[in-house]
Design a protein around this ligand. Sequence first.
Ligand code: APR
Length: 287
Amino acid sequence: MESLLPPGAAALLRQARRVVVFTGAGISAESGVPTFRDDLTGLWARFDAEQLATPEAFHADPELVWGWYEWRRARVRRARPNPGHLATAAIERLVPGSVVVTQNVDDLHERAGSTAPIHLHGSLFAPRCVAEPAHPAAFPDAEAVSRDVRAAQPAAVADGDEAADPGEGGRIPPPRCGRCGALVRPGVVWFGETLPEAALTAAAEAAAACDVLLIVGTSGVVYPAAEIPRIAARAGATVIQVNPEPTPLDGLCAVNLRGSAARVLPALVESAWGSAEAAGAPHPAVS
Ligand code: APR
């Protein structure tokens, strides 16, 4: 793999004092996490993402939407971080001023050892109150919410068993906010919603301040997230992209590494720092 890397890419990374790793669905693809458009199989094949991922859909049928998100959460829980996530966490350890900015709603960066990745599109594991979006702690933590809901449901549905189609696409009643009694909703950004302002600001600031921005596994067509690498480029950072396919961001990049995140990122880290450990030796949290 090393021979596939242009020598300059590793040197750029090694010399950087602040790196932003900007990730999309491609980095989780090799962990078996489908994009949300592809996560409509089995029970859910009859729906469009647009039917389920909107505030209007939740308002009209909260049990249906919560059921879909519970199913997706169960699938993510079964997935494991891959060498791409581990290499990303290694970059954070090796370059202390680094930040991970992700469009993904899974928790694979966290489980690979990344510290506080910025979730531009929210998280499957941070449900919040519909009435008090600013007070996400008014109900039990995400794991507890999921556990309680699973306990109240037929196990096969909660585990995402497609054979257990109850005929309505796996409806699950959402929990209620412990403070005000309103429904708890998935903490992700839906169609028609704005991105969380604090996350967007933090991501833009990190991009403006970095030396190197690594784009990994994103089609780069969804805005405002796709603005993040542009901010870095405008501020003078070197942009490197890892993706098996060309994207609209190719022209922004000093180096385009055509390959999968799970292969290219560890090779890049190893080439930059010369150690197999740096390339992503399993983090204890991954066992
Ligand atoms: N390694 C690296 N990149 C990969 C891999 C891989 N193994 N497999 C696929 N890719 C690339 C694809 O070539 C594509 O460019 O990952 C990209 C995935 O693109 P999208 O599915 O559009 O995902 P993303 O860019 O994260 O989408 C952004 O749009 O769907 C909404 O809100 C959702 O957060 C998501 C946003």
